[in-house]
Design a protein around this ligand. Structure first.
Ligand code: ZN
Length: 225
């Protein structure tokens, strides 16, 4: 950690394990924060980035432009904390916008980016940067989501967060509800006009409909993409 003043004595109890990683890895490294919706991934990313900023490190934060839930230019947690972010639609844009001297590069909602994000993240870590990636590890079907499995495999450190299921146990999955009913495995990922909602669920409470539909998916006001 660069510091202008005299070096303070290392007091490990004042640093969390991730700060100590800087001592464990002499080069760059990759941290992945994974988990279902409502598990605090963005909150944890904001916490880590905020600490890096306080440590006067050069930080850049990116997120996929599809995530417009709360604010167009910010990483926002469900708890309401925000952090300025640059919107990208492709992994190549991360490299294009990279500022000289960037030490810490954070990417939120990484599950929406294509598989090229793996090469970009590897390149950044190889170049000596700390890379923090947050994203959904599983989609609403409970299947591995986009580039996340490969990012998790290549990361030095992975933290899987959980939310709280309606039954009170730890939720590891995201339940998708369309017009109040569990989504079908074959339902399109993007629906326009349908009333959708998401809930954190544990393995036992997570429902994915399979086989023939008992009820039609679409009401008159919904259309599929
Ligand atoms: Zn449950």
């Amino acid at each position: 950690m660069p510091s202008a003043g005299p070096a303070a004595p290392l007091r490990p109890e004042r640093y969390d394990a991730l700060m100590l990683l800087g001592h464990a890895f002499s080069t760059g490294w990759v941290e992945v924060i994974a988990g279902p919706m409502f598990s605090g991934k963005s909150e944890e990313l904001i916490r880590r980035v905020t600490r890096a900023i306080i440590a006067k490190q050069h930080v850049q934060v990116f997120k996929h432009a599809i995530d417009d839930r709360y604010a167009s230019m910010a990483v926002a947690s469900h708890a309401g904390r925000t952090l300025e972010a640059e919107l990208v639609t492709s992994p190549a844009e991360v490299l294009e916008r990279l500022e000289p001297g960037a030490q810490v590069v954070a990417v939120d909602e990484a599950q929406f980016l294509d598989i090229q994000i793996v090469d970009v993240v590897q390149h950044l870590a190889d170049a000596g940067k700390r890379v923090i990636v947050a994203g959904l590890d599983l989609d609403f079907r409970g299947e591995p989501f986009g580039p996340m499995p490969e990012l998790i495999a290549r990361a030095e450190v992975v933290e899987k967060l959980t939310a709280i299921c309606r039954c009170g146990l730890a939720a590891t999955r995201t339940q998708r509800l369309i017009q109040g009913r569990p989504a079908h495995f074959n339902d399109p990922t993007v629906l326009v006009g349908a009333a959708e909602s998401y809930e954190p669920r544990c393995r036992a409470c997570h429902v994915v409909l399979r086989g023939p539909r008992e009820t039609p998916l679409f009401a008159a006001d919904a259309s599929a993409y």
